[in-house]
Design a protein around this ligand. Structure first.
Ligand code: AMP
Ligand code: MG
Length: 300
């Protein structure tokens, strides 16, 4: 299978410095512009999405049959970045039996009574499954960092909440992901990167379109006031938690069709790289299969 070099350019390498202002929200970083925001690019991306969906469905069948690896997909992004739409459009071809989606909102009292990885750990995918986290424990480095009052509600032991505190959280998350990886979980993390202007337009659309009213929360406008703080929290998160085993991809997300295509392509390429095959059955089992065939044919 063709190696898709352009996908590598969306990945944050361990130790790489990240400045989101310099990362395009509308296209893939220059050179060999496979796709960008033009009409022909849109058609091309839609074809690619169709192909990636088909590849993904096939890859999922193999994943399920092998029952060794699980895939954990993490989606993060500002409000309106398109997390829900990405799940809907990328996963539409997949067998629901092997795929589960979990959304994480404001923690409940019970969740706050546990360590911050507890609630997501309960929802991790089993072997053979694809698990999708719509928001995740990464909120612990985002909303919790941007709003000190949210951290204050966590009832963690007293102490300073400075640089060292956050370093420890990066470290804990990296260690947790390394542990999961060693146990057969393949982790792929996507930051859906939209511009502030695109968010303005999408919020306005929610306010103009009766079918989208339900999506609007006045909290979204309040959070928009913290745009810069969030971008900075995202930058540090991307820098500190993108590892070889669990990389972050920054997905240009101002064009939804482009974001969907890229995410689908990255996931299906990653599963294909596992080079899975349908399990080979033993001669004994093959004998049983032949006998069963004969038996059923004779019953006609
Ligand atoms: P939505 O994804 O639109 O349903 O919103 C979910 C909300 O839950 C967002 O405003 C997040 O900031 C918030 N949220 C998610 N995880 C946490 C967390 N660990 N602590 C506090 N708020 C969170
Ligand atoms: Mg929301």
């Amino acid at each position: 299978m063709m190696k898709k070099k352009y996908l590598d350019r969306l990945r944050i390498d361990p130790g790489e410095r990240v400045n989101l202002n310099t990362i395009d929200t509308k296209g893939i970083p220059a050179r060999n512009q496979t796709i960008s925001g033009t009409e022909t690019a849109k058609e091309r991306a839609e074809e690619l999405l169709e192909a990636s969906r088909a590849e993904l469905a096939k890859a999922q069948g193999l994943l399920w049959a092998n029952n060794i690896y699980s895939i954990l997909i993490i989606l993060q992004g500002m409000d309106t970045a398109g997390k829900d739409g990405t799940i809907k459009h990328v996963m539409s071809g997949i067998n629901p039996q092997g795929c589960r989606v979990h959304s994480f909102g404001v923690p409940t009292e019970e969740e706050l009574d546990h360590d911050f990885l507890w609630r997501t750990t309960l929802k991790l995918p089993g072997r053979g499954e694809i698990g999708i986290f719509n928001r995740s424990y990464y909120e612990e480095l985002l909303v919790v960092k941007v709003h000190p009052e949210v951290l204050a509600r966590q009832r963690i032991p007293p102490g300073k909440r400075g640089q060292k505190f956050w370093e420890a959280r990066y470290e804990d998350i990296n260690a947790f992901e390394r542990y999961l990886t060693r146990n057969g979980t393949i982790i792929l993390k996507f930051f859906l990167h939209i511009s502030k202007e695109e968010q303005r337009e999408r919020l306005l659309e929610r306010l103009d379109n009766g079918e989208k009213y339900w999506k609007f929360s006045s909290g979204d406008l309040a959070e928009r006031e913290y745009w810069e703080q969030y971008q900075e929290a995202y930058e540090r998160m991307l820098e500190r938690t993108s590892s070889k085993e669990a990389p972050w991809y920054v997905i240009p997300a101002d064009y939804k069709w482009l974001a969907w295509t890229l995410v689908a392509d990255i996931i299906s390429s990653r599963i294909q790289a596992l080079d899975l095959h349908y399990p080979i059955v033993s001669d004994e089992k093959l004998g049983e299969i032949r006998k069963a065939q004969d038996l059923l044919r004779d019953q006609r």
